[in-house]
Design a protein around this ligand. Structure first.
Ligand code: GSH
Length: 107
């Protein structure tokens, strides 16, 4: 199974190395994938609870995330077999537990 797509918020993969609770969840997931040698397509979705001005378009902005994962938060990853992994901690666990050889580079 390879990681095909990493969905993040508009801040993308930034601040994943910040210490402990200050780490940006999407960045933390991206760093773990990078460190483990996984390649992936990055898709940034709009909106977010902190971006309160986007609340009116929230349902539309996160519709794909909701369809894929049943909730609206990112990060999520989608594997090539359709498996969806939701949340930075689970993504970190998957990245560390899955050898890149089992998850060849996305083409
Ligand atoms: N505990 C979650 C927190 C994820 C989180 O706060 N994600 C933000 C973007 S960085 C988000 O999408 N929050 C929900 C929202 O804005 O609707 C994790 O570590 O993955």
């Amino acid at each position: 199974m390879r990681c095909v797509v990493l969905y993040t918020c508009p801040s993308g993969t930034a601040f994943g190395d910040a210490p402990g609770p200050f780490a940006h969840p999407c960045g933390k997931a991206a760093k773990a994938l990078d460190r483990a040698g996984h390649s992936y397509e990055l898709k940034q979705v709009k909106g977010g609870l902190m971006r309160f001005w986007t609340l009116p378009s929230r349902a539309r902005d996160r519709a794909e995330i909701e369809r894929l994962s049943g909730q609206r938060a990112v990060p999520i990853i989608v594997l090539d077999d359709g498996t969806v992994i939701t949340g930075s901690s689970k993504i970190v666990d998957w990245a560390q537990a899955t050898p890149p050889s089992a998850a060849p580079s996305a083409s």
